[in-house]
Design a protein around this ligand. Sequence first.
Ligand SMILES: [Zn+2]
Length: 72
Amino acid sequence: MRIFHEGHVERAVCDVDGVVTVTFRYRDVSFSDGSGVVRDLLFGVCDTCDEVILSPPQSLRAISADRNRVTR
Ligand SMILES: [Zn+2]
């Protein structure tokens, strides 16, 4: 599995901007259903529009673990 680090730059496709560079940064992210917020996870952020467009597997696992704590 690839591990990403803060400041890592990669090319990706943004829904808004097309092919862009993304920079990996720590972000607080809300669940789409509004059930909570996950703090300080590493995401790929579009360098053009500043939106999160990549979620590394390591961050997705952290979201899942955090969510289990919330619902228990
Ligand atoms: Zn964008």
